[in-house]
Design a protein around this ligand. Structure first.
Ligand SMILES: [Zn+2]
Length: 357
């Protein structure tokens, strides 16, 4: 019987010695409670930080575009241009941003014109900043139209759409505070460039003449790059929105952005794919576009990506309505605005949480 056995002292000693001898082997045989659980390979990996991204209101963005277009063509030096500038400044202030109006004379190929860059700053006291920009002027002529070529265009997509999204982002920032500085820069005089064919005897355009022609565009961003609104201004990265509101918009890789801001571009396109907009943001090269981001990158060290609709191969790369009177509210599509806006909002709120780049 057990009780009797353990009263025998010599047997106790033998038992203790046997156990001491066997202990290392016994330990290996006892199942450990710290054995890791079998991994569930079907469960998706969870991101380390969950970032809440507010929803961009496409109806609100649409109305911000309509309001600009209702002023008429916003050609520098015209009353409609002045009225629209005053309205934009007031809107950004109403939404809680602090506004700098940077006035300058645009030296266009057809003469000097009064122009103004409108710089709306969200949390100007913060040093960690992101730059978002678009142009707010509309083209002075309809050079790709078949009629009324000499008249200015409404520029609903080419101009007003990018600003409409910037205003909607300002509204979103006010309603959903972010621990990050954001500068929303509305460049003027982007679209007054010289797009005339070369003279017939100029069969091959020289490099110098091509560069001179390129500099007739983007006068507002060129001025800003040489006269930063704050000395030494910089930002982690920039995004330019140009023609971001039309039906059937397609945003392939713009090549200056790919060459000079590849990490930012790739991350933006990753987010677009993740949100289900992969077909709107195809990963194919669309060529080089002289646009405001080029001059931002020439004047600062801010890597800046152009999100610009290039739905077709040349020569009608930017769509049939481009630089015609058909660039009016009929081409604007809320679904496009909502998609682009949500991609940009996701970039911003992830950057605010430190999980974008
Ligand atoms: Zn244009």
């Amino acid at each position: 019987m057990a009780t009797h056995f353990i009263r025998n002292k010599s047997m106790w000693i033998v038992l203790v010695l046997i156990l001491a001898f066997l202990a290392p082997y016994l330990r290996q045989c006892i199942p450990s409670s710290s054995t890791p659980p079998t991994p569930n390979i079907s469960a998706p990996a969870k991101p380390a930080v969950t970032v809440t991204v507010p929803t961009i209101n496409a109806d609100s963005a649409y109305l911000f575009i309509k309001k600009q277009v209702d002023f008429g063509p916003r050609v520098p030096g015209t009353p409609a241009h002045k009225k629209c500038a005053a309205w934009m400044s007031a809107e950004f202030k109403r939404l809680g941003l602090s506004v700098i109006e940077q006035k300058f004379t645009a030296q266009t190929y057809f003469g000097p014109r009064d122009a103004v860059n409108i710089i709306a700053q969200y949390k100007p006291e913060l040093s960690k900043r992101i730059l978002l920009c678009a142009h707010w002027d509309s083209r002075h002529i309809a050079d790709k139209d078949s009629k009324d070529k000499a008249n200015p265009i409404l520029g609903a997509d080419d101009g007003a759409s990018g600003i409409g999204l910037l205003l909607e982002i300002a509204r979103t920032l006010q309603a959903n505070p972010l621990d990050l500085g954001v500068d929303l820069i509305c460049f003027d005089a982007e679209d007054l460039g010289d797009d005339r064919e070369s003279a017939p005897n100029e069969s091959v355009m020289t490099q110098a003449s091509a560069e001179a022609k390129a500099r007739t565009w983007c006068l507002g961003s060129q001025y800003w790059a040489g006269n930063l609104h704050k000395p030494g201004y910089t930002a982690q990265f920039g995004i330019l929105l140009d023609m971001v509101g039309a039906k059937g918009a397609v945003f392939p890789y713009e090549s200056y952005s790919k060459d000079r801001a590849p990490l930012v571009q790739n991350q933006i396109w990753n987010i677009a794919e993740e949100l289900g907009f992969g077909s709107m943001f195809p990963r194919r090269d669309a060529g080089y576009v002289t646009d405001d981001h080029v001059f931002v990158m020439n004047g600062t060290s801010i890597p800046t990506v152009d999100i610009i609709s290039i739905p077709n191969p040349p020569p009608n790369s930017f769509g049939s309505y481009h630089h015609t009177h058909n660039d009016n509210m009929n081409v604007i599509d809320r679904a496009t605005l909502g998609s682009v806006g949500q991609v940009v909002a996701t970039v911003l709120y992830r950057a605010g949480a430190g999980v974008f780049l």
